[in-house]
Design a protein around this ligand. Structure first.
Ligand SMILES: *Cc1c(COP(=O)(O)O)cnc(C)c1O
Length: 364
């Protein structure tokens, strides 16, 4: 593709020397799991968010799974979440033994509609799990208020929102735990799988640490049934280099989004709404259009990538056909038929954005 969705090569080239140096020091220690780089990264991430604890784990999915378990979510519980997200959000709920309860989304921010949360609460509801989709915070004022009022745990899926904020407060710091993914294509990505949980709760932090390392506090002594879920030193080394640039990368994404907004302004497509008081970091730049097929096809012909995040809402997925039988969530369903994500990364050039938008103009 002439213009890919994400160009990891450009960023790698600019950081290559520093990353090579960090790799060399990891190789010199030959301590590849649970070593000094992981420790340093946890300290830096905790500082960045102003929280007490940050815990490296093997993926964003594991971050969610372990955060739910350590918050006491288990069999018989219900967790309220959005149907318009990547499958991992709901997978984690199910693997914790609980049941996802999907409520519909806001049509303009694509995030869970807070007005619909309270009516979904039952005696089994244990937690609310909002996703800050595409890099824009969900409506956290209402969500925090509802969780406090009903004594529910609040776990945030920040896999797409590292550095985004809601009224000046960073996503991941509103509830019991914030869960991050460092999958390579995320706005803060490593060179494999990786994830992190942040929290101010000592018990949650302790439990994640033990669960992620085979249920042991002391080597070969296992107090609970745990998992193998650690962030390795090679990934931590990459992330230590990229962490220094994350605010600048996010600022570049925002600039690129502005260029898109201007160039697409007169066309028959809906550009992403940035809700008041939220800093959108555009992990994805996603438009809405009823002409998706023709735009998609025209872009592909011009060798420009685009992607649909996500074509099928979770309550319509085969895997959930039993628990969601008969469930209709009209906004999520309609949105899934309209969204189209365009190439977005900090190094994307203005000339490329203009070329993408001209191609879209031709299509519509
Ligand atoms: C990427 C993603 C995850 C899962 O992260 P992995 O690191 O791939 O396990 C979870 N939730 C959302 C919204 C994501 O985009």
């Amino acid at each position: 593709m002439k213009i890919p969705m994400v160009d990891l090569k450009l960023q790698l080239d600019s950081l290559r020397r520093e990353i090579d140096e960090r790799f060399a020091s990891v190789l010199d220690t030959t301590q590849f799991i649970l070593g000094p780089s992981g420790k340093s990264l946890e300290i830096e991430v905790a500082e960045y968010f102003g929280v007490e604890y940050a815990l490296g784990v093997a993926s964003g999915t594991d971050a969610l799974h372990l955060a739910l378990l350590s918050s006491g979510v288990g069999p018989g519980d219900e967790v309220i979440t959005t149907p318009f997200t990547f499958i991992a959000t709901a997978e984690a709920i199910c693997h914790a033994g609980a049941r996802p309860v999907f409520v519909d989304i806001e049509p303009d921010t694509f995030n869970i509609d807070p007005e619909l949360i309270e009516e979904a609460i039952t005696e089994h509801t244990r937690a609310v799990l909002p996703v800050h989709l595409y890099g824009q915070a969900a409506e956290m004022d209402s969500i925090v208020r509802i969780c406090r009022k009903h004594n529910l745990k609040l776990i945030e899926d920040c896999a797409q929102s590292f550095g985004a904020d809601f009224e000046g407060k960073k996503t991941g710091t509103f509830g019991d735990a914030g869960c991050f993914s460092f999958f390579p294509s995320k706005n803060l990505g490593c060179f494999g799988d990786g994830g992190m949980v942040i929290t101010d709760d000592k018990n949650v932090a302790d439990e994640i640490k033990v669960l992620s390392n085979h249920g042991s506090r002391e080597r070969y002594h296992h107090s609970v049934l745990g998992f193998n879920s650690r962030l390795d030193e090679i990934q931590a080394a990459v992330l230590l280099v990229k962490m220094k640039h994350i605010d600048a990368y996010n600022a570049k994404r925002r600039e690129n989004a502005q260029i898109y907004n201007t160039e697409l302004g007169d066309l028959d497509v809906i550009t992403p709404l940035e809700a008041e008081g939220r800093t959108h970091i555009y992990n994805q730049y996603t438009i809405k259009t009823d002409k998706r097929d023709i735009i998609n096809r025209t872009l592909t012909e011009a060798d420009i990538s685009s992607a649909i995040h996500y074509p099928v809402p979770l309550h319509k997925q085969e895997v959930f056909s039993e628990i969601c039988s008969g469930l209709t969530l009209p906004v999520a369903e309609r949105t899934a038929s309209q969204v189209l994500s365009l190439p977005m990364y900090p190094e994307l050039a203005e000339t490329q954005i203009i070329e993408i938008c001209r191609t879209i103009a031709k299509a519509v």
